[in-house]
Design a protein around this ligand. Structure first.
Ligand SMILES: [Zn+2]
Length: 948
């Protein structure tokens, strides 16, 4: 029963994560060639097994046993596995291996999947059957006899749901309730689908009203962006609902359903709604075991409504009680999350903040990926070994994230052998069933084999992808270069192709959320390609690899293998493949003051296994500040080679600055991959940074973007390299905290601008931060992460707030608490969270510790809220002093403001005033005759400031 419970959790988690349908597909082995005589005899054997099961005939089962088999045990197995009243059974072979101790062809260990239907109920099980062909005996039309049998895994509680044809109800002021959500149907028609437990699905027809009333303020703000109002109250014509049968009465107002005679015409309408919506959630597609739609029952507290509204098309409301953010409203068709948050009840149980790691079932310790990639066919073949440790108290189903387009051929475990697995269609997921639940700290090693098409990833997070509005972001290459209107005398050069597989590709089987793990990568490519990957190139890499035949031809592809080791844990693995070569390599001397090695932190390591892990980690990972050099490599495509040679000096300067600011460099080696693209951008996984460069003759034309800094051409390399520290070494606890990655990357880039190009360039960058932050702050708080701009498909809003406002907030924090406290706090924050995930509250604690100040309001206003302070000021000269009176209108912010005094002789003097109350009076000593006074000349304060 625990297995099914976990499947359900996995399904609801997948549905709320990206708002898509949840359909699980059983793995079907592809048929290969004509069946051999052996295949046919095994098939006949499996048919005999099917007959024994479908007739529930114990004698037929006994007839299948070998003389030496334990008959009591076999009967016990049969009675336990086969339910009474069985109506249909399918037995499919999944794996066949030679049985030890048998002559070739005389004994096999079969792994079979058995699907059994009992009316509208179903169960699926994986059995192991050891079979042998006794010699010389005449044993009828199929020779195989069972020596031994075992159940490896099972999933129960599947329901083939149907809309009840004999029940129709008239709605009488019906109100159907879920958290912050109601469906109101004053009058109309209602149909139901029932299991023996009760009603689990309903179809509502009529003139109804859907009400969605999220509690959190920022969610009301997002709802307003979507619908124009903070509460969504909108008419609907049809609705489909899934609920737990035991909650049917609780969710419905009493006496709101009155049985009436069934109207066939209305029933047919309801049926079409039912058929369309049923497969969207809590649904298993068993592929070759059954063509029917098999559903699971929603867990108590779980609820899904598919609502056909007039104004907003189809909206889906879901409550998934197992999720940290258990309430969601989304538009399935547009894959658009409108709202997602923790309900009142959820926040009471988990607190205000959450760590995505708290909900994962297991912790990956190490990945070993061995994959071959063929760029001309976008084809990958690979095998990944995952070492993991179970985190939940009892784990029976383990979910892996993995690209839908890659077909899994097997999942093996060192502990259990071959495992039953299911694909969750459209969810990039694999559900792996364990033979029995395993306990916390159980170590497992899984090996997943796969192959299939894999298209390259467009750049996303830990990165800059300038894909915004095409009217303002010039995309220099039109889709068809022949018709691009290029003048004839300028040859069009397309960008050198590249393939990036990273955190959004799910190109290797991985944990459901990013998970710090060490890794080894071995990537085999055709000989003309090169690979840059997460890790340090192993000595001798690239290695010659055996040539491979091209499918459908006799041509052989010459290949090479690139091998990387990541001795320091990385959040995810990435590779970029293009026609590159090594341009330069250097050891960069850093300016890190070595720190004393602290003993490994054993707090919270309750079990011996956890303590050993910590000790191991402490031994293999150098302590913060232990390195004083870093190896820097630059790889580039041929046409970018000279640009790449120029970049190495800049990259070395950047690394030196960041190492001194943080007191550490997280990795021994960092590689810069200079590739070509028609659009500017970059991507920064652990150990490397990929930078897009325009192909020759083109240039990037993008001006009106939060990531475009005129006069700071090193911006991209500075931003991407900062991600080695923030984003990679220090991760984020969930999507809300992404500003810790992008804000720091942006701020560090600004600090490099100041070092390289001086105060003027720095101020230009600050002014741009301010402009974008002020323009877009009404779109929501920084804390909404990727959801900023998501509802209106405006990625510039995301960059304006998560990148630029995030960076500006860090600068204001620095000015509010002073350089010394800020940089000390920064080092502490980094050191405490290196190779771990951090949250805003962690940063706040580090900065409060360093500054001895309460920073609650600072972060509350700047990160969790979306306002911009409005400030008025007036000036007066009293004696030898300038008196500046500041007033904040509305909410009080902590805002440091620069006041510049220009004297008659042309001198300018600047002072810093911290506004932390509704009115603040600053008294600034003067040294001459004042010509003018200006507040916020540097743009460092994200505020609307006017002189009274
Ligand atoms: Zn970034």
């Amino acid at each position: 029963m625990s297995a099914i419970l976990l499947v359900l959790l996995a399904l609801s988690s997948a549905s709320s994560a990206d708002g898509q349908g949840t359909t699980v597909e059983a793995f079907a082995q592809p048929a290969q060639g004509a069946p051999s005589e052996e295949d046919l005899s095994i098939l006949a054997f499996l048919q005999a097994v099917e007959t024994a099961i479908s007739t529930t005939d114990r004698q037929r089962w006994l007839d299948l046993l070998a003389p030496s088999a334990d008959r009591d045990q076999a009967l016990e197995f049969f009675d336990a596995m086969v339910p009474q009243g069985i109506t249909r059974v399918v037995v499919n072979e999944r794996d066949r291996s030679a049985l030890t101790g048998s002559l070739p062809g005389e004994g096999f260990r079969l792994v079979v999947e058995v699907f059994m239907e009992t009316g509208s109920r179903g169960r699926i099980a994986t059995w192991r059957l050891d079979v042998r062909r006794p010699r010389g005996d005449d044993i009828g039309r199929q020779p195989w006899r069972i020596l031994n049998e075992d159940r490896l895994a099972s999933i129960e509680g599947l329901h083939r749901l149907s809309l009840h044809a004999e029940k129709q109800y008239a709605a009488k002021h019906l109100i159907l309730r879920a958290v912050d959500f109601e469906l109101r149907l004053p009058s109309g028609d209602v149909f139901v689908s029932e299991t023996p437990e009760g009603v689990t699905a309903m179809v509502l027809l009529g003139e109804g009203t859907m009400v969605f009333q999220p509690q959190p303020k920022e969610e009301r703000g997002q709802l307003k962006l979507f619908s124009g109002a903070e509460v969504l109250e909108t008419p609907f014509t049809t609705a489909f609902v899934r609920l737990n049968p035991f909650e049917f009465e609780r969710r419905l107002a009493k006496d709101s359903l009155e049985p009436v005679a069934v109207d066939r015409r209305v029933y047919r309408r309801a049926l079409s709604e039912f058929d369309e919506n049923l497969p969207k959630s809590f649904n298993l597609d068993l592929s070759d075991l059954s063509r029917d739609t098999w559903s699971l029952l929603p867990q108590p507290g779980d609820f899904v409504a598919e609502v056909d509204t007039r104004r907003f098309d189809d909206l889906t409301y879901a409550r998934s009680s197992g999720e940290a953010e258990d309430v969601t409203l989304f538009q399935r068709a547009h894959k658009r999350n409108i709202s997602t948050y923790g309900s009142e009840q959820k926040r009471q149980s988990r607190g205000r903040f959450f760590d995505e790691d708290d909900l994962v079932d297991y912790d990956v310790l190490d990945y070993e990926v061995d994959a071959a990639f063929y760029p001309d066919r976008d084809w990958m073949e690979g095998r990944t070994r995952i070492k993991l440790r179970v985190k939940s108290s009892a784990l029976a189903v383990l979910t892996l994230r993995f690209a839908d387009s890659l077909n899994v051929s097997s999942v093996m475990s060192e502990e259990f052998g071959r495992l039953l697995f299911l694909r969750v269609r459209n969810q990039n997921s694999v559900l792996v069933n364990l033979p029995s639940a395993v306990a916390r700290d159980f170590p497992m090693t899984l090996t997943v084999s796969y192959s299939g098409r894999l298209s390259r990833q467009s750049i996303q997070d830990e990165s800059l992808d300038i894909t915004g509005d095409s009217s303002t972001v010039a995309r220099s290459a039109e889709p068809d270069p022949q018709r691009s209107g290029q003048p004839d005398d300028i040859p069009f050069l397309p960008a050198e192709p590249k393939w990036l597989f990273s955190n959004r590709s799910y190109w290797y089987p991985q944990n459901q959320v990013s998970d710090y793990a060490t890794a080894r990568l071995r990537i085999t490519v055709p000989i003309e390609y090169a690979v840059v990957g997460s890790g340090i190139a192993e000595p001798g890499s690239p290695f010659a690899a055996p040539a491979a035949a091209v499918t459908g031809s006799s041509r052989l592809v010459q290949r090479v293998s690139y091998a990387f080791t990541a001795p320091q844990p990385v959040r995810y693995l990435a590779v970029v493949i293009s026609k590159m070569s090594r341009v330069d390599s250097a050891t960069v001397a850093l300016d890190i003051v070595p720190t004393r090695t602290a003993p490994p932190d054993m707090s919270g390591a309750s079990t011996l296994a956890q303590q050993i892990t910590r000790l191991h980690a402490a031994v293999s990972i150098p302590p913060v500040g232990a390195r004083n050099t870093v190896r820097l490599n630059v790889d580039a495509t041929k046409r970018q080679a000279s640009r790449a040679r120029d970049a190495i000096g800049t990259a070395a300067e950047v690394l030196r600055l960041y190492a001194s600011l943080t007191g550490d460099v997280p990795y021994d080696e960092i590689t810069l991959a200079m590739v070509e693209d028609d659009r500017p951008g970059g991507h920064a996984p652990g150990y490397f940074a990929m930078l897009n460069n325009p192909p020759p003759v083109q240039s990037f034309g993008f001006r009106n973007d939060p990531a475009s800094f005129q006069g700071f051409p090193e911006f991209f390399v500075a931003h991407e390299l900062a991600h080695q520290w923030f984003g990679q070494a220090v991760g984020w606890k969930n999507y809300h905290e992404q500003w810790l990655s992008e804000g720091f990357a942006q701020y560090f880039a600004a600090l490099y601008a100041k070092e390289r190009r001086g105060e003027g360039a720095f101020r230009d960058v600050l002014r741009q931060f301010r402009k974008w932050a002020i323009d877009d702050s009404d779109q929501g708080p920084v804390y909404l992460g990727y959801r900023l701009g998501h509802i209106r498909s405006e990625p510039r809003v995301f960059r304006a707030l998560v990148y630029n406002k995030g960076a500006a907030v860090l600068h204001m924090l620095r000015r509010a608490i002073g350089d010394q406290a800020f940089f000390a706090g920064l080092k502490t924050f980094y050191a405490e969270h290196r190779f771990r995930k951090a949250g805003t509250d962690d940063l706040r604690r580090a900065m409060e510790g360093a500054s001895k100040r309460d920073l609650n309001r600072f972060f509350e206003r700047w990160i969790y809220d979306s306002g911009i302070p409005r400030i008025r000021y007036s000036t007066a000269i009293e004696g030898q002093d300038l008196i500046v009176r500041f007033e904040q209108v509305g909410d009080v912010y902590d805002v440091p403001v620069t006041v510049a005094v220009t004297y008659a002789d042309g001198r300018t003097a600047e002072s810093l005033v911290l506004l932390n109350e509704a009115s603040v009076v600053a008294q600034l000593p003067l040294t001459g005759t004042v010509r003018s006074v200006e507040a916020n000349p540097d743009g460092a304060a994200i505020a609307l400031i006017e002189r009274k």
